[in-house]
Design a binder for this molecule. Structure first.
Ligand code: KG4
Ligand code: ZN
Length: 360
């Protein structure tokens, strides 16, 4: 059972092929990725229309590359999977349309996949895959959630952000510091040279007693601090230009301090979720899961509590096709793909809460 997966929800075109035969975790036979980061960098963020057009250019050449890597042709493919949502509507339509066309032309089943389920299951492709049940911390550019995961398709939401996602907090703070998009990796690199104790940024909802997050206030606190350092008058330069008045050392200190605030909240809430559920296993997934400080602090805290913590391979933390093919394979194995799935019809769901996955 070979499944071709296509991811196109945002600014990465990803294609992968997995072998979902047998009992173990589906095996990755090949995968290829094209990141649009360079293209969007000139605009300081993702331009949806440009993203869609670029997906159109990339998806078939990437598919050919993956099949060649795996030593296969389309004749060897048994099902086609695609990211149905959440994400940018136009971008989702490209991958989903191509997947549906391939499935229809070949008479193959079409398997729609939830992007966050892909992230959530991506650590199963690592050398040390997790076992169910576990607590999952899903931290991406658009989502920050804690889930209880009892099996494939059995996801219960424990808590989530009430405003910005953790990735957004990284990206918006980075923008205020004049760093290029996407801000997370750039900000964490700069933070290595800074003092995390230089500025005391708020840790929102840290003691709220629930498992929800809030990161919108952090952005305002960073803006206020950057303005103070830049001695900006109320009607002074636009926010994006403030950072030029800061020294490299000041920028590094702000970066280190904001990263420390975000990471502390993510770590403490993850530990609270483990305590509340009594589970001894944590899975971290999504782009922010690549953050070195987050990994370092979670590893230390989890080791102390004898909790096992699992991450995707670093190159599978951000968006990719492998996680989509994998999630389709695991759903197929679990009997969660409707038998009538066919390539005639598809839709996309730009907004799609993970907890509603099986009701869809
Ligand atoms: O999962 P992802 O690739 O896309 C979404 O589904 O949103 O996550 C992208 C997010 C961006 O906000 C990016 O800045 C953040 O992940 N990110 C990081 C790091 N690498 C990526 N944030 C902090 N530290 C990193 N090393
Ligand atoms: Zn993602």
């Amino acid at each position: 059972m070979r499944i071709l997966g296509i991811e196109s929800s945002c600014d990465e075109t990803g294609v992968a092929l997995v072998d979902a035969s047998g009992d173990g975790v589906p095996r990755l036979l090949g995968h290829a990725l094209h990141s649009q980061i360079e293209m969007h960098q000139a605009y300081g963020g993702v331009v949806p229309e440009l993203a869609s057009r670029d997906h159109i250019r990339r998806v078939l050449p990437l598919t050919d590359a993956v099949l060649a890597q795996a030593g296969c042709t389309l004749d060897d493919v048994d099902a086609i999977a695609h990211t149905r949502g959440p994400g940018l509507a136009g971008a989702l339509l490209v991958g989903s349309g191509v997947a549906a066309a391939l499935a229809f032309a070949r008479g193959l089943p079409l398997i729609p996949v939830h992007h966050l389920e892909g992230h959530l299951l991506s650590p199963f492709l690592s050398v040390d895959p997790p076992e169910f049940p576990f607590v999952a911390l899903l931290v991406s550019g658009g989502h920050t959630q804690l889930m209880r995961v009892d099996g494939v398709g059995r996801y219960a939401l424990l808590g989530e952000t009430i405003d910005d996602a953790a990735g957004e907090a990284f990206d918006k703070s980075a923008k205020l510091l004049g760093l290029p998009y996407p801000g997370g990796p750039a900000l964490s690199r700069l933070a290595q040279q800074g003092d995390a104790a230089a500025y005391k940024f708020p840790r929102p909802l840290l003691h709220s007693g629930d498992l929800d997050f809030s990161f919108a206030g952090l952005k305002t606190a960073v803006l206020t601090q950057v303005k103070r350092l830049a001695h900006a008058a109320p009607e002074g330069p636009a926010n994006a230009q403030l950072a030029v008045a800061l020294s490299e050392a000041q920028k590094a200190d702000v970066a280190a301090s904001v990263q420390a605030a975000i990471v502390e909240v993510l770590v403490k809430k993850s530990l609270a979720a483990l305590k509340a559920t009594g589970l001894q296993r944590l899975v971290v997934a999504g782009g922010v899961g690549a953050n070195a400080l987050l990994r370092q602090q979670l590893n230390a805290e989890c080791e102390r509590r004898r909790v096992r913590v699992h991450y995707p391979e670093l190159h599978l933390c951000t968006d990719n096709g492998a996680m989509i093919a994998l999630a389709a394979g695991m759903r197929w194995r679990a009997g969660l793909v409707p038998p009538g799935a066919s390539g005639h019809r598809f839709d996309v769901k730009p907004r799609w809460p993970l907890a509603e996955l099986d009701a869809a």
